[in-house]
Ligand binder design. Sequence first.
Ligand code: URP
Ligand code: ZN
Ligand code: ZN
Length: 464
Amino acid sequence: MGFDTVIRGARVVTSGVVSTCDIGITAGRIAALGTGLDAPEIIDATGLIAMPGGIDSHVHVSQPSGPGVEMADDFASATRAAACGGNTCVMPFCLPEDGQTLREAVAAYLAKAEGQCLTDVSFHLIVKSVDPVTLGQDLPALIAQGMTSFKVFMTYQGMRLTDAEILQVMAVAREQGALTLVHAENEDAIEFLRDKAERDGRIQPVHHARTRPIPVEREATHRATTLAEVADVPVMIVHVSNGAALEEIERAQARGVRVFAETCPQYITLTADDLDRAGFEGAKWVCSPPPRDTGEQAAIWAGLERGAFDVFSSDHCPFRFADPAGKDAPGARASFRNIPNGIPGVETRLPILFSEGVSKGRISLETFAALTATNHARIYGLESKGSIAVGKDADIVLWDPTLTRPITQDALHHGSDYTPWEGFEVTGWPVRTILRGQTVMLDGDPVGTATGQHIARAKPGVTP
Ligand code: URP
Ligand code: ZN
Ligand code: ZN
């Protein structure tokens, strides 16, 4: 058989197995796994590990973020950063502007992404309104077009849905075979705490974390899983930050509810103390749910080690720090309430988990592949992606497990002007990212042209 490219001699992580072999690639797909394979292009990967290209199923790109506020990444910079961080596919959220329908928003996002992307992209939807057009027309039409998952929020003014509304959305998910993602924090409880903090003059960034304590996430997680139970649908609880919320998920699973769980690098490496840095510096770490403490980091690690989490995503939501259109938005210094929520992380997600998980011996290579690619593909219906197997897209990332260097802003490629992980020491870096057979990152730098495509997805694989 003639191959276009052969990756030779890597330790290859396939579903549940690690073995040293060659990977033959033809027309952008994996055509063979074996030994002694030959092709006009040979990539010598001796000493490297070949993993399925990372799929980051939780990123925010060019998302409307309020008057005067702008996200730091467009599709070109977000996917450039993603590729440099070992990803071959990202899943951004499509949020309608006020007055825009969901279908109009999707058309606008597709136009923004067209011709810009160094990785593939596949959109989730955000449902912030349960009007008849959204539920009766737009969702069914978009699900049929392969956007088979949508997020609902229990927090954020202007975005949150009531329980009754979430049930209506879940009913559509059930009817159409889509997956509902839930941001689980109790907005009324947050508002109560936030008002009190402001009345008392506690307005610094750290009070973002103190007014979103664990009980507001735990309660909402319980409610979200219960609503899924009532509606009889699977649900994904995104960005789980602590052990109590994870316990709610596991209790629901024990009752037979199909609950998936996601966590992110911030919940295993950062703490609320990061938001307590001098002056306004803490704004760099403002995200929701907020990072907790080292005890909760340990609880999240325990969950990762026992297989309680299905996916590990970044929740990349980048703003510039020294920018009135970013973290320093009007009113942000007068109250934490006005600091845009979110941190950049699409480029650092995989190195952080590899270093803290694989290099430190907490998780195996196979678990790493499952948490960063294979499970994302299965759960969200990315049928051609997520594993190194014959017939799949040749989306492959080569890792040097011995390379040690700190994360630094000057080596990153995102649009933000800082990283929350400045100086964080990492052992194990991706050195080559291959998208459908074409190299898009080499030795830390983006290469090649923007051939990323929007991927229509199958119905979610919802059997845990
Ligand atoms: O603070 C965060 N996580 N911002 C992004 C939006 C979200 O809730 O995922
Ligand atoms: Zn969220
Ligand atoms: Zn998010």
